[in-house]
Design a protein around this ligand. Sequence first.
Ligand code: OOG
Ligand code: NI
Length: 489
Amino acid sequence: MVMVSQGRLRAAFARRLSEMYGQEVPAYRTLVEVSQKVNDGVLRRAGAGAERLGSIERVTAERHGAIRVGTPAELRQVSRIFGALGMRPVGFYDLREATASAVPVVSTAFRPVAADELADDPFRVFTSMLTPADPRFFDPDLRGRLERFLAARQLFPPELLELADRAGGEGELPQEQAARFAHLAVQAFALGREPIDQAWYETLERVSAVAADIGGVTSTHINHLTPRVLDIDDLYARMTERGITMIDQIQGPPRWSGPDVLLRQTSFRALAEPRALRRPDGGLTTGSLRVRFGEVEARGIALTRTGRERYDDLQARADAHPEARPADRAAERSVGSRANGAGGRAGAERSQSDQAARARSLWEREFPATERDLAVERLAFFTYRPVPDRPRDGRRPGTGLADLIDHGWVRAEPIVYEDFLPRSAAGIFQSNLTGQGVRDDSRAAADYDSDWLAGAIGAEVLDPFTLYETQQRRSLQETAHALGLPEIT
Ligand code: OOG
Ligand code: NI
């Protein structure tokens, strides 16, 4: 019997999902096509340097998706399905107050964690769960109706979950069942066809478009599928040339002359799609909903906690520039009224490009501009290796990392950032919402944290920093051993 490993199952699922999404959302095909052109260009320009943050095979196949579910029980099922693909929950993101719009969710990302699995196919899914218990969004009556609605629906057929458990338990599936699993899983994440209860959907939409997207329908869906590019500024320009209106901003670190770190993302709103709606009088009608969008990203080196604090601080300072405030406020206000006039939009663009320029100059001044400095200052994560043709003149190397790198004993290879950024994620949510919704800040938030999420999923939620740290530490130990050093400091 031919068996399919979890890794191969993950790659097959990601491929099929991409086919489905390409059929349903034509703009995604354009995005993939343009991404490919951008990557080809970088490869031609930069040669092997283009592959410093992953082989071109990995980068070309690399995607992340996003889904949203309603209850801990649904999240546990999602965890079983992604578990079958060798993906574990990593990180806790609380997006509830990260935007001006109402985004009542907490999130994690399911992804592979081992370096070889990531190198093979790093497919990841940003997964959000609704927080009906948060009284800032839902009053007791609405919460009760919402929870009853969610409890009555079934997102995943039992056959899919059974196959998932088998793949999860045994680490593989026979070929035929693997194909069946991939088929059922892709179906489960396609856009639902069942008519939507219009009144219910609109009730939720008044509170939050995200709540309606999750709790107003009887199914879930992939809401975007993001390819990876090696030059996101080039991609942004090319998409704009093709007449696709991108959001005003590339989220994350600015374009600058130093190494790529963390994650830069940008997105565009997908077209409205026709959906069957059930009117209050019971009749059917066709409405249109915008629930899917396009996104693209460039990935860089993972930062340590200290590096991440530097990043957060620089971003906050680029935003908080005193002269920028009034313009930024105007830009925020204009988000909701984009359709009404070009003035607000031009203002928003100006303030966005000012923000980008400020961020860039801050970075050029303050952020280490070489991988070497990021390594030595312990701001970013690397895999360390002994240099094969290191000096062999009988001298003993010192144990300091800086010396070892500078004198040709040790090489540092960047560890790619495999996770998400809460601020960017919130920006992605925000940029694709229609109404602002409402959040009553006079009420206390319901508590949700990483431990709560782990309890809900019934599995450990891994800490991204710990994963990178472990990988780095192991490589330092192995390198020390190979060089006959007690340790590297
Ligand atoms: C998820 C948005 C977050 C990202 O790349 O930061 C995200 C969603 O809209 O459901 O995908
Ligand atoms: Ni995304």
